[in-house]
Design a protein around this ligand. Structure first.
Ligand code: FAD
Length: 453
């Protein structure tokens, strides 16, 4: 810590972003109090993908990393097929990138491991603590929880897609657009597949593996984790109901099967084995990139989904929350207590352009898989692969923050030139909205949509 003065932070939300930020700040000598509105740690969720740029952060918490390394799937490839199950391309998915593992794992398990580690490291976590408002005065900031006023040096809003902290900062209400698209999501014991003759062999010989089926306007994914002996099964579909996004809205297997009428019998057999009690129907809402992450008084900041909600097809939402945590903690460490506001402003400058690119990646992959340019696929099936560029997978967010702190601060204070290098090479950020991408999305074969290669 630069000026050796203890710093205290309040974090709103004990999701991935909140717990990661707590662990990183505590590791750098700060004290942290996490406030979570739910009564206990959520056990919801299915599969989460974290590439090397996220696991490089987790490596700093050895107990979490050890558990992850043993239990997560390290798939050799993603098998991408058409709706009938004909192989289109097998995308290699290296076990590690620059020595840092690329994994698919159980969200609930990883979150629990992060929570346990945070408690071991002395982070205070209060459940049933719904933050109702925020305040700032001089060098302090805080929140109101159950009528109590809490004080800290700064507040970090890791309160997810419906963030109250975001409303406080932007002074604008959340205004998502209904996408008209939803995802059936499930995560269940592999034993279930033993009951069906079509899926029995899959379960008996299961290896860590992931399969994608691409059809018109929709795609399906099935993922096997051989260590945890679990299967994740997913299907995007046109949304026929009007409920809001929720990790607990139930789905029906028969509705799911109706969306894949005539598709690969193996996929239908896997879907038919999903225990209905674990099937959710997750409605996708779309939000434009949020341009303001720091409050006017510069003591309250957004991280994770509160700052940059990602589409699932980006495969990057959790990793970007982890990158946020490592970046913010490093900047705060470098700034010291006297310059916390500067650290928050530097954080927005370093992170905004990068996360708009990873958010955009979700739209691009979604476009390739839903409005598929089949002529291009015949010519070059690799077009269907999820991008794994070096600027993304090869990132070390903590090092980037330490290395760029001085030049970002000089840029913010004196207007000296500063260019982020954690974005796609040659990429010049220009504003985009979900409305514009929805328009582009209607056209098949429109290459202008792709900025992430
Ligand atoms: C229950 C749940 C299950 C999920 N399952 C998956 C999954 O299976 N696969 C996947 O890819 N992504 C999943 N996600 C989303 C994923 O965790 C996030 O996209 C990503 O990891 C970024 O994390 P985050 O911490 O920013 O947001 P989140 O993980 O959404 O965490 C936000 C936290 O803030 C809390 N909170 C919100 N408002 C307040 C308030 N006013 N006061 C106090 N606390 C508050 C929420 O209860 C939540 O715990 C899930 C999210 C949730 C909440």
């Amino acid at each position: 810590m630069t000026d050796n003065q203890a710093m205290h932070f309040l974090i709103v939300g004990a999701g991935f972003g909140g717990l990661a930020c707590a662990l990183e700040l505590q590791r750098k000598g700060c004290t942290v109090h996490v406030l979570e509105k739910e009564k206990q740690l959520s056990e919801s969720g299915d599969v989460i993908i974290i590439a090397a740029n996220g696991t490089i952060v987790i490596e700093k918490w050895p107990a979490v990393w050890n558990d992850l390394n043993v239990t997560a799937s390290k798939i050799p490839a993603i098998t991408i097929q058409d709706s009938a199950g004909k192989l289109l391309v097998s995308q290699p998915w290296d076990e590690a990138y620059n020595g840092h593992i690329n994994i698919w794992t159980s969200r609930a398990r990883l979150q629990k491991a992060m929570y346990d580690e945070a408690i071991r490291q002395g982070v205070k976590i209060t459940f049933g603590a719904k933050v109702s408002d925020h305040w700032e005065e001089g060098d302090s900031a805080g929140v109101f929880v159950n009528g109590e006023k809490l004080v800290a040096d700064a507040v970090i809003g890791a309160d997810g897609v419906y963030s109250k902290t975001r409303t406080y900062i932007t002074k604008a209400p959340d205004s998502p657009t209904r996408s008209g698209v939803a995802i059936y999501r499930s995560w269940f014991p592999m034993d279930r597949l033993l009951e069906n003759p079509l899926t029995r062999d899959l379960a008996k010989n299961a290896k860590d593996s992931s399969f994608v089926w691409i059809g018109e306007d929709r795609h399906a994914i099935v993922h096997f984790n051989s260590t945890l002996q679990h299967v994740g099964a997913f299907l995007t579909h046109k949304d026929t109901y009007t409920v809001e996004e929720s990790w607990s809205y139930p789905g029906k297997v028969k509705d799911m099967l109706a969306f894949v009428e005539g598709w690969d019998p193996l996929l239908r057999a896997v879907f038919s084995q999903i225990p209905e009690e674990v099937l959710i129907d997750f409605k996708l809402l779309w939000r434009d990139p949020i341009k303001k992450w720091v409050s006017d008084a510069q003591r309250v900041v957004l991280i994770g989904d509160a700052a940059h909600p990602h589409l699932p097809t980006s495969a990057s939402g959790a990793a970007q929350a982890l990158e946020d945590a490592a970046t913010l903690a490093a900047l705060i460490d470098k700034a010291g207590k006297a310059n916390i506001s500067k650290a928050l402003m530097a954080f927005e400058k370093i992170r905004f352009e990068r996360t708009t690119a990873t958010q955009r990646m979700g739209w691009e992959t979604r476009h390739k898989w839903h409005q598929t340019d089949w002529d291009l696929v015949r010519e070059n099936p690799e077009y269907l692969q999820i991008p794994q560029p070096d600027w993304l997978y090869g990132a070390d967010p903590e090092r980037y923050a330490y290395e760029n702190y001085d030049s970002v601060i000089e840029h913010l204070e004196k207007g000296t030139p500063f260019k982020n290098t954690n974005i796609p090479p040659g990429y010049e950020y220009t504003e985009w909205s979900t409305g514009e991408l929805t328009e582009l999305d209607k056209q098949t074969g429109d290459e202008s949509i792709y900025i992430v290669k």
